[in-house]
Write a protein of this length. Structure first.
Lengths: 182, 294
């Protein structure tokens, strides 16, 4: 009788162990996925900007400075590898794009251009998406870190080298910038 | 109450109500069995079997409600409605659910609903009135509320609880008929306690009403939860609150809405005046107050 109980306890412990381990793996994968999501959105932004610049050039040749600023920041975004730097450049880019979009008031033909409208909407939406993917990332990291730190999952986390991840810092006004009203 | 606390409390409340509901179903089964045979055991065994069987059939036969709606137009590419498409995509991303299908209903009354038994099969529908009369942030808040319903499996919960309401109705109907025929037949065993008999009979008669009320209480509770989880997605509870304010102030009901689908909507589509025990949605003022306090 005793050994049946012993085996029962071992099976239960193994089950608990596996499920805690799997939980950690799931959250770590979610963190990676959320991280990749930010990349997807930044890449999309990067790809859309040349189209926008081309379209605007056709109507507003004299706005070289505004256009050059956007192109410069876009290239800078492509060259940065650290996430925190990317985020900073991305925020500056949002500001530069805002100036570019503002040109539509001075050039009615540009404002009426369907392609411009489409690109403006798409870029605005990728801006939202960057913000949301960043929020998703931070949210997921918070949940993952809580798991890594709390008892008893922290034992399994330390045995199998699940390490805490860093959240992306964002100032409150950056979040505000993102909300675009029309 | 802060956001996470609201979410937690609503979830705990759901668990309590659902457990109570299950006990009610079992109770009806036990009462019927006791009244007819003087033994609660057959009811205790038969009721869960019958309920599970019935829920299974309901879930398998429930078709997507959106499909049945004549004037809902599906948006299948981003070009058809950029803003709506992106907003739904954003909310689905943050909620970590697959992108639901999107439908637009041609109706001037601003409203929205979500459907689908699981996130993979989900759809959100919004009326043209919602897109026309609300600001972008407000629409985003409403979409977040609907995606929260999807994430929380509210359609499945509603389907199961509605099936249980039917189970109770069927059982109390059959139970009282059985009792009637037995007393007409005149073969009484007389081994039941008369006080239990009366209490049981009253319970049997009241059970369908109680079940309906419990079902509506769950529906209202899930609305509060969807508001809170929606606010967690957008981090902008004020936009959701102002959307609710606008929608509550418009008196035209949604033409396409039927009583059966009313509980799915963002805000009561039938615009009933009374709110309380018999409403599918909590009082908008109460929802707004909770959102503003986040």
């Amino acid at each position: 009788m005793g050994w049946i109980i012993a085996i029962g306890i071992i099976v239960v412990l193994a089950f608990v162990y596996f499920s805690m381990y799997n939980g950690l793996v799931k959250y770590r994968n979610w963190v990676d996925e959320a991280w990749a999501q930010i990349d997807v959105q930044l890449k999309r932004r990067y790809d859309l900007i040349p189209n926008l610049v081309e379209t605007v050039k056709g109507y507003a040749k004299h706005e070289q400075e505004t256009l050059a600023k956007v192109v410069e920041l876009r290239n800078l975004l492509g060259s940065k590898t650290s996430r925190q730097e990317q985020m900073e450049v991305n925020d500056q880019l949002s500001g530069a794009l805002k100036n570019l979009f503002a040109l539509r008031e001075a050039y009615p033909d540009l404002k009426a251009n369907e392609n411009f409208k489409m690109l403006q909407e798409e870029l605005t939406q990728t801006e939202n998406k960057v913000a949301y993917s960043r929020q998703l990332y931070n949210n997921t990291v918070m949940k993952y870190n809580t798991k890594v730190e709390s008892v008893p999952t922290n034992i399994i986390a330390s045995v199998h080298n699940f390490e805490k991840r860093d959240m992306l810092e964002a100032r409150e006004e950056e979040r505000e910038n993102v909300r675009v009203s029309f | 109450m802060i956001l996470y606390e609201q979410i937690r409390k609503n979830k705990i409340k759901t668990v309590f109500i659902v457990v109570g509901f299950v006990l009610l179903v079992l109770g009806v089964g036990v009462v019927i069995s006791y009244l007819n045979y003087g033994d609660p055991l057959p009811g205790l065994i038969f009721t869960p079997v019958f309920s599970l069987f019935y829920i299974g059939i309901v879930i398998m036969s429930s078709t997507n409600i959106v499909m049945k709606m004549n004037h809902a137009q599906e948006i299948t590419s981003v070009d058809q409605h950029r803003f709506l498409w992106h907003t739904v995509e954003n909310m689905a991303m943050v909620a970590r659910v697959p992108m639901p299908r999107i439908f637009i209903i041609n109706d001037a009354s601003p409203n929205a609903f979500a459907t689908g038994l699981k996130p993979e099969k989900a759809a959100v529908a919004v009326t043209t009135g919602l897109l026309d009369q609300l600001t972008r942030e407000e629409v985003e808040g409403v979409i977040a509320h609907e995606v929260a319903h999807i994430k929380n499996y509210d359609v499945r919960l509603a389907t199961v609880t509605l099936a249980l309401v039917s189970v109770i109705a069927i059982m109390s109907d059959i139970g009282s008929r059985m009792l009637f025929f037995r007393s007409v037949g005149g073969r009484r065993d007389n081994n039941q306690n008369p006080i239990f008999m009366i209490v049981g009979l009253v319970l049997l008669i009241l059970a369908p009403l109680i079940a309906t009320l419990v079902n509506l209480a769950i529906s209202r509770n899930r609305e509060f939860l969807a508001d809170a989880s929606g606010a967690e997605l957008t981090r902008n509870p004020d936009a959701l609150a102002s959307a609710l304010e606008k929608i509550a102030n418009i008196q035209t009901p949604v033409k396409e809405a039927s009583r059966a689908s009313a509980s799915l909507y963002f805000s009561d589509p039938l615009k009933k005046k009374l709110s309380g025990l018999f409403s599918t949605h909590p009082n908008p003022a109460e929802r707004i107050a909770r959102l503003r306090s986040m």
